[in-house]
Design a binder for this molecule. Structure first.
Ligand SMILES: Cc1cc2nc3c(=O)[nH]c(=O)nc-3n(C[C@H](O)[C@H](O)[C@H](O)COP(=O)(O)OP(=O)(O)OC[C@H]3O[C@@H](n4cnc5c(N)ncnc54)[C@H](O)[C@@H]3O)c2cc1C
Length: 413
C-alpha cells in the first residue's frame, strides 16, 4: 500500500498543471480533486477500520502544506473537506458513520461546509434558518452565500437552528447528501483570490432522517469546539503557511541561482534583512502550528476539554497569526522581488497569485471576530497559560482558572 508522500507525488503534478487555469477562470479544480479522490487522500482522516488512511493531525497539516505549495485553492478544498470528515468521525452516530466513512475513504464523497448565512454572516455558533420536524424527517430551506465547491460536493454539513422556536445559538449540524436536497445556485464567484475554490452561493432545500444529525440536537457548539474549530484552524494555517513557504522557496532558489536578477544585491543589508524578516514570519507560524497540533493531540489522547479558555485562545491565535504573518511575508516577498519578478502576473515566482490568495486569509472567518472573542477569553484565563511544549494542564488543575469556566458565548468564533 502506498504511503501518504507516494500518494501526494502522484497528485502534485496534476494540481500544479491546473492551478493557473483554475485561477484565471475562477473554476473548481475538478482534475486535481479527482486525483485526490483516486489516490485515497480524500480519506486521509478516515480511520483504517472504515477503509481510510487513519492519519493523525500532524500528517494532515503536512499534507495540506505540501498541496498548498502547488495550489492554495486545491489545498483549501481538500483541507476543509478534512475538517468535515473529522466532525463525522468524532460526532456522527455509528450508522451514519458506517455509511459515510467508507464512501469518503473510497473517494466517492467530497463533503462541503455550510456555516455562513445571509444576515448572521460568518458567526459560527448561531443560525437563522431552522430545521422543522415533520413525519420522522427534518426539513430545511437554507441559503449558504459562500460554499467552497458547492457545485461539485457529494454531500453537505449544514448548520441550522435546532427548531423553529429555538434561539439562534441552539444550532444543530445536519448531513445532507446531494440527492436529498434541491441545490439552487445563488450568485456568482468572482473574487480577488482563492478563485479556484469556486465558493459560490447556494440554496439548499430538502429533508433528512433524524439519524443524519452530526452531534446531538442543538449541540453543534460541542462539535465546533471539539472538532470543527481545532481542525479548521490547523487546516487553514497549514494551507497558508505551505503556500507562503513555497513562494519563499522559489524566491530563495532564484536568488541563489546563476540566473539571479542582477538588480537584487545579495550583499546589501536591506536585502538580507528582508529575507530574514520573511523567514522569521514563516518560522513563527510553523512553530505555533506545531505547538497547537501537539496541544490538540494531547487533549484528544487524554480526553481533556478543548473548551478550556487557554486552548481556545491558542486555536484562535493560530488562525489570526497565520493569516497575518503569511500575508505579511508575501507582501515582503513582492517588495523584495520587485516589479517584474514580484508583481507581474506571468512572473515564474507566482507571487502575484499568492498575494491575492493570501489576502483572503484574514477574512476567511473574520479575524475581527476571533480577536474580540480572544479578548473576552483572556479575562477567563487569569493564569495566562501560554502555549507550551509541556502537556496542557487539565482545566480543573490550571492555575487561577475560574471554576465556572468559559461562558457559552465566549468560546472561539
Ligand atoms: C476562500 C473562502 C472560502 C470559504 N468557504 C466557505 C464555506 O465553504 N462554507 C461557509 O459556510 N463559508 C465559507 N467561507 C466564508 C467564511 O467562513 C466567512 O464566513 C466569511 O469569509 C466571512 O465573511 P464576512 O466578512 O462578510 O462576514 P462576517 O464575519 O459576518 O463579518 C462581517 C463584517 O463584520 C466585521 N466584524 C466582525 N466582528 C466585528 C466586531 N466585533 N466589531 C465590528 N465589526 C466586526 C467584519 O470585519 C466584517 O467586515 C469562505 C470564505 C472564503 C474567503
Amino acid at each position: 500500500m502506498s504511503s501518504v508522500p507516494e500518494r501526494l507525488a502522484e497528485v502534485l503534478p496534476v494540481v500544479r498543471d491546473h492551478a493557473d487555469r483554475c485561477d484565471a477562470e475562477a473554476r473548481f479544480p475538478s482534475e486535481s480533486v479527482d486525483a485526490l479522490r483516486a489516490t485515497g487522500l480524500m480519506g486521509l482522516l478516515v480511520p483504517e477500520e472504515h477503509g481510510g488512511l487513519g492519519a493523525d493531525l500532524r500528517t494532515f497539516a503536512e499534507t495540506a502544506q505540501t498541496l498548498a505549495g502547488a495550489c492554495l485553492s486545491t489545498a483549501m478544498i481538500w483541507a476543509m473537506h478534512g475538517q468535515q470528515v473529522d466532525a463525522v468521525v468524532r460526532h456522527a452516530g455509528p450508522r451514519l458513520a458506517g455509511e459515510l466513512l467508507p464512501r469518503i475513504a473510497r473517494g466517492g464523497m467530497y463533503l462541503a461546509s455550510v456555516t455562513t448565512e445571509p444576515g448572521k454572516g460568518g458567526h459560527l455558533l448561531s443560525a437563522d434558518a431552522a430545521l422543522t420536524a415533520e413525519r420522522h424527517l427534518l426539513h430545511f430551506d437554507r441559503t449558504g452565500p459562500v460554499v467552497t465547491g458547492a457545485a461539485h460536493a457529494d454531500g453537505f454539513l449544514i448548520t441550522l437552528r435546532a427548531a423553529p422556536d429555538a434561539p439562534a445559538h441552539q444550532v444543530s449540524l445536519v448531513y445532507a447528501a446531494r440527492e436529498q436536497t434541491a441545490v439552487e445556485p445563488v450568485g456568482d464567484w468572482n473574487p480577488l483570490g482563492m478563485r479556484g475554490t469556486h465558493s459560490t452561493g447556494i440554496r439548499l432545500k430538502g429533508a433528512v432522517p433524524a439519524g443524519q444529525l452530526v452531534g446531538g440536537e442543538g449541540e453543534f457548539r460541542t462539535v465546533a469546539v471539539d472538532s470543527m474549530v481545532p481542525v479548521g484552524h490547523i487546516a487553514w494555517a497549514s494551507c497558508w503557511l505551505g503556500a507562503a513557504r513555497s513562494g519563499y522557496q522559489r524566491l530563495v532558489r532564484l536568488l541563489t541561482s546563476r540566473g539571479r536578477p542582477r538588480g537584487i544585491d545579495l550583499a546589501s543589508p536591506l536585502t538580507t534583512e528582508r529575507l530574514a524578516r520573511i523567514r522569521t514570519d514563516l518560522e513563527l507560524v510553523s512553530g505555533y502550528l506545531h505547538g497547537v497540533i501537539a496541544e490538540i493531540g494531547q487533549a484528544r489522547a487524554t480526553g481533556a476539554d478543548t473548551a478550556d479558555p487557554a486552548v481556545q485562545i491558542h486555536l484562535n491565535t493560530l488562525k489570526i497569526a497565520a493569516s497575518e504573518l503569511a500575508f505579511g511575508a508575501t507582501d515582503r516577498m513582492v517588495q523584495l522581488a520587485g516589479l517584474t519578478l514580484g508583481y507581474q502576473r506571468d512572473s515564474p515566482l507566482g507571487l502575484e497569485r499568492l498575494f491575492r490568495d493570501l489576502r483572503s486569509a484574514a477574512l476567511n472567518y473574520a479575524n475581527d471576530r476571533l480577536l474580540t472573542s480572544n479578548g473576552s477569553l483572556c479575562l477567563l484565563d487569569r493564569g495566562v497559560r501560554l502555549l507550551s511544549a509541556a502537556p496542557a494542564a487539565s482545566p480543573a488543575s490550571a492555575v487561577d482558572t475560574p471554576v465556572d469556566g468559559p461562558a457559552p458565548g465566549h468560546v472561539s468564533p
